[in-house]
Design a protein around this ligand. Structure first.
Ligand SMILES: *[C@@H]1O[C@H](CO)[C@@H](O)[C@H](O)[C@H]1NC(C)=O
Ligand SMILES: *[C@@H]1O[C@H](CO)[C@@H](O)[C@H](O)[C@H]1NC(C)=O
Ligand SMILES: *[C@@H]1O[C@H](CO)[C@@H](O)[C@H](O)[C@H]1NC(C)=O
Ligand SMILES: *[C@@H]1O[C@H](CO)[C@@H](O)[C@H](O)[C@H]1NC(C)=O
Ligand SMILES: *[C@@H]1O[C@H](CO)[C@@H](O)[C@H](O)[C@H]1NC(C)=O
Ligand SMILES: *[C@@H]1O[C@H](CO)[C@@H](O)[C@H](O)[C@H]1NC(C)=O
Ligand SMILES: *[C@@H]1O[C@H](CO)[C@@H](O)[C@H](O)[C@H]1NC(C)=O
Ligand SMILES: *[C@@H]1O[C@H](CO)[C@@H](O)[C@H](O)[C@H]1NC(C)=O
Ligand SMILES: *[C@@H]1O[C@H](CO)[C@@H](O)[C@H](O)[C@H]1NC(C)=O
Ligand SMILES: *[C@@H]1O[C@H](CO)[C@@H](O)[C@H](O)[C@H]1NC(C)=O
Ligand SMILES: *[C@@H]1O[C@H](CO)[C@@H](O)[C@H](O)[C@H]1NC(C)=O
Length: 825
């Protein structure tokens, strides 16, 4: 709306300039030559642009999208609108009409001193070429700067997009500041891939790609003058077979200019501007010849947080959410109630109604997935989990996926076979009712109203809950009196117990049988040995890891043991190892965990390190390592910051981080430190002397007895942050935090050595001799190193929270330069 007027102004303005300009243009051999000292100004008696000799392209000042002032760029003349093909400093505020742009020996410089062309020295001449490339030459006619090397959101015929650059979409059709999506030529796999702007280039966030079919040689995206888009010479994904031409193209004596634009809506499109042969500077047609995708709902990030895309390419808030910003397509929504009120109530599930939205598909990653469950169980697990922002239930396979807020990448696909039902909880105590106004009119909203909820509660749920209580009580007493017949008695009701309370109580004999008499020891940790076993339930065999706790105080610990175990079992997170059940018989205490197949991170990181077989340890490529660091951070964040109950792990280290078959990292042994009642130093951690390197220095300080046990209320989450920092540095460097088999003494202590390398700008030293050195992503490495160094600060108050660790690792938050980890005292 407001954008129309500046365009009109520029047109009037341009037509007047054109007349003026043709006389001023220093045309020579079809190339406009711009000498040192030539200048432009948006107003006054100087010209405001330099034209190419064909007159199709112009470089200069154009009216800024904000409705006042000017910006500098290159555009293709057109009717009614000009088409901007390059912009200088796209996010800068508008320039005043008194601005002057001057060609100097240091390139194009604004009178105010800002440079339009960076890093130019020795310029002697410039030219606006007919290809749309603005080029600056030195004395010997060598190109020192060209606009083709600095694309914004467009490439023109003859231009290439290399891995050094990326196209970033504009905010809107008329506002050319940075928008919401980016398109890159990935160096790692040579694919051309589109992502939402606020994400790192990880596969899970991408929404479009063009895959390179070759494996060697450098690759770039190029657009040729016939409108072919190619990744390599003979690999054009837009060519004669799919370039949509109409009969107009057959017209004689026309010339065409092609441009490939990464449009503001995140779609990559090819446009053709056709000009007749009569020297007319304006095209007689501008048409789309190809587009990467037609369904905008497939674009991750097309709709903002907590909103979903419907098949009409519109965004809508989810039930229970209200809009906070609406930037055209990008609708962002927030909860219509505060999250705090949810945490104060002891029984969160009593607070909510459930609202369903059918035919949904979410491409984001859930934090918890349960298979072979029912819709009701799925609703219930979302209601009682204060982290659940929404759940998705797929009938096919009974898969219940639970997501945290904000909800991203949702779309409604009415006719697709792989969609599912989305479940939202909405508070009913506030009289919240679903009002269709913010919902998509074609959605089928189903509301479980209060009455049916109460019905469900009083029938199924109520009885199940009661059953659980009865079983729990009877189990307790049965064990007390060593009545082992319990196992048989409750075998049938045990199924219900397992499902609803999700924690199963085992007899010692059952576990002896499950582990074949504790024969398969798969590990020995700070709390005792771990055995592999198989349990049978629901007619299927399930692999488990059984941990025999050895250093737990006996006697009066039993009640507390149950309480702690129940607290552990309440945690549901994909980055935490799930507790399946437990056994307590007198002094025998065992925990039964899900079996995590790929072993612990320590084995993956340090295995082979001592053997100097550098070519064999390709087990952990970079991408996996940053993912593991993030997985662990998310798990720790859940323990620290979510759900009211705070769990300090106290014993985070690579031996406690397990990797499952999908390479998801899962933290184990959390919540156990509180079970240890020894009132001494945390000696339980010193299984070998190296372990203590994960301990925060305030723990090692013997003068603070209050910190002697993890169950002390004074133990701060910062001890885990310290351990996490050590783990991150170990992940980066693939060595233990203390290693005496190094070349020189300063390398022994990892954190000091990393800091030394960081301070000297020698991060390369950290990954020397690693087989993956070529694919090391240096930006990510630096980010991990900086985060790691902040976490291992001696001063606990300097260590960031887990939430900030995640934001910094993901690149949402800038990371300040870390100080030396050693306290300056
Ligand atoms: C613009 O023109 C006026 C007179 O026409 C002249 O005095 C002035 O110096 C000119 N300005 C520039 C920057 O050339
Ligand atoms: C300028 O050039 C120097 C050295 O060639 C380089 O390190 C720097 O990154 C360049 N800056 C920009 C903005 O291109
Ligand atoms: C684009 O790539 C081609 C092939 O490598 C090369 O010949 C051409 O000069 C490049 N164009 C620009 C503007 O760098
Ligand atoms: C890549 O695709 C092009 C065009 O389809 C084909 O000519 C070429 O052989 C392919 N290269 C490889 C390595 O498959
Ligand atoms: C032309 O495009 C089609 C469709 O993308 C592709 O299959 C074919 O390999 C391309 N041909 C060349 C020579 O690149
Ligand atoms: C094409 O242009 C040439 C001169 O530029 C002219 O002689 C010829 O008639 C034109 N052809 C058509 C079909 O317009
Ligand atoms: C938000 O909640 C209030 C009550 O808490 C309710 O009156 C209002 O209608 C809700 N808004 C929407 C858009 O659902
Ligand atoms: C989806 O299915 C309905 C009926 O099953 C049909 O009317 C509609 O046209 C279909 N929509 C699409 C996009 O295929
Ligand atoms: C939705 O809310 C508006 C006002 O907020 C009200 O007029 C309308 O009746 C409501 N619709 C339903 C279906 O409750
Ligand atoms: C479970 O394991 C037992 C013993 O290995 C075997 O007899 C039984 O068939 C298995 N059951 C299933 C469902 O795989
Ligand atoms: C790296 O490996 C090479 C041989 O693979 C070896 O000669 C060299 O000493 C190693 N460098 C370091 C720093 O370990």
């Amino acid at each position: 709306m407001a954008s129309k007027s500046p365009i009109l102004i520029v047109l009037l303005f341009l037509s007047s300039i054109l007349l003026l300009h043709s006389s001023l243009a220093d045309a020579d051999d079809g190339i406009t030559k711009i000498e040192l000292g030539h200048s432009l100004s948006p107003k006054g008696n100087q010209s405001s642009s330099w034209l190419s000799s064909s007159g199709h392209f112009a470089f200069g000042f154009y009216p800024h999208a904000q409705g006042y002032g000017y910006a500098v760029g290159i555009w293709l003349l057109g009717e009614p609108d000009i088409t901007l093909v390059w912009t200088a400093n796209r996010n800068d505020p508008p320039l005043p009409s008194s601005s002057t742009l001057l060609l100097t020996i240091d390139g194009l410089v604004l009178q105010q001193g800002q440079k339009i062309t960076n890093n130019v020295t020795g310029a002697s001449m410039a030219s606006m070429l007919d290809s749309g490339n603005f080029v600056i030459y030195d004395d010997s006619h060598v190109v020192v700067w060209q606009s083709f090397d600095h694309p914004t959101d467009i490439i023109l015929g003859g231009q290439n997009l290399t891995a050094a650059n990326r196209l970033v979409s504009s905010l809107s059709k008329t506002d050319h500041s940075t928008g919401l999506f980016y398109l890159i030529m990935q160096e790692s796999d040579s694919n051309l891939v589109a992502y939402p702007l606020k994400t790192l280039p990880y596969a899970e966030d991408h929404y479009w790609d063009e895959i390179d079919n070759a494996t060697t040689g450098s690759v770039q995206l190029s657009l040729n003058t016939e409108g072919f888009l190619c990744l390599r010479e003979h690999q054009c994904f837009v060519n004669n077979t799919n370039l949509l031409r109409n009969s107009n193209s057959q017209k004689q004596n026309t010339t065409s200019i092609y441009r490939a634009t990464f449009d503001f809506d995140g779609v990559f499109r090819l446009y053709e501007h056709q000009f007749d042969g009569e020297g007319n500077r304006r095209p007689f047609s501008v048409e789309i010849r190809w587009e990467a995708m037609h369904d905008k709902c497939q674009i991750n990030g097309f709709c903002g947080f907590n909103s979903y895309c419907s098949n009409t390419n519109m965004c809508h808030c989810y039930p229970g959410f209200v809009p906070i910003s609406n930037n055209g397509m990008f609708l962002e929504c927030k909860l219509n109630y505060s999250k705090d009120e949810r945490q104060s109530n002891p029984d969160p599930s009593s607070l909510y109604d459930v609202t369903l939205l059918e035919h949904m598909s979410w491409s984001d990653f859930p934090y918890l997935v349960t298979k072979e469950t029912t819709m009701e169980a799925c609703e219930e697990s979302c209601k009682e989990d204060c982290d659940c922002g929404g759940a998705l239930y797929a009938n096919n396979g009974g898969i219940c996926s639970i997501y945290r807020l904000p909800l991203r990448y949702g779309r409604k696909v009415p006719n697709a076979s792989d969609t599912a039902t989305a479940i939202f909880k909405v508070p009913y105590h506030s009289g919240f009712l679903i009002n269709q106004t913010h919902l998509d009119p074609d959605s089928h909203v189903v509301v479980d109203n209060k009455r049916s909820l109460i019905l469900i509660l009083s029938s199924s749920l109520g009885s199940v809950t009661l059953l659980c209580v009865i079983i729990a009580v009877s189990v307790f007493f049965n064990y007390r009196h060593h009545v082992y017949s319990y196992a048989k008695l409750s075998a049938s009701s045990n199924l219900g117990f397992t499902k609803e309370c999700s924690l199963r109580s085992f007899s010692f004999d059952e576990l002896v049988e499950a582990t074949s008499g504790f024969t398969e020891e798969i590990g020995r940790g700070s709390y005792g040995a771990v055995y592999e076993g198989t349990i049978t339930g629901d007619g299927s065999n399930k692999s488990v890891a059984v941990k025999r706790l050895e250093r737990i105080a006996d006697d009066e610990g039993e009640r507390e043991f149950r309480a702690e175990v129940t607290a552990i079992a309440r945690t549901h997170h994909r980055n935490l190892v799930k507790l399946v059940g437990y056994c307590i018989e007198g002094s025998r205490k065992l925990l039964v965990y899900e079996y995590v197949s790929n072993g612990c991170l320590a084995n993956l990181l340090f295995k082979g390190k001592n053997h100097h077989h550098h070519h064999h340890d390709q087990a952990l490529p970079w991408k996996e390592r940053i993912k593991i660091a993030l997985d662990v951070a998310r798990g720790v964040q859940y323990l620290h910051e979510e759900c009211g109950v705070r769990i300090v792990h106290c014993n985070l280290k690579p031996q406690n981080i397990l990797i499952d078959e999908a390479w998801t990292a899962k933290i184990s042994d959390f919540g156990l430190a509180r079970l240890l009642k020894q009132p001494q130093q945390p000696e339980f951690l010193t299984d070998d002397e190296v372990r203590s390197s994960y301990l925060a220095p305030e723990w090692k300080n013997e003068a603070s007895p209050s910190l002697s046990s993890c169950s002390s209320p004074l133990v701060s989450v910062k001890v885990d942050i310290y351990s996490y920092g050590v783990v991150v540095l170990e992940i980066v460097c693939r060595r233990r935090s203390i290693d005496v088999n190094v070349k020189c003494p300063e390398e022994v202590l990892l954190s000091s050595w990393v800091y030394q390398c960081y301070a000297e700008g020698e991060l390369r030293k950290l990954v020397v001799n690693e087989s993956e050195e070529e694919d090391t992503d240096w930006k990510t490495l630096e980010r991990m190193v900086k985060v790691g160094l902040w976490c291992v600060q001696d001063d606990p108050s300097l260590r960031p929270s887990m939430k900030n660790v995640i934001l910094m690792l993901e690149g949402w938050k800038p990371i300040p330069t870390p100080p030396s980890p050693l306290a300056s005292t």
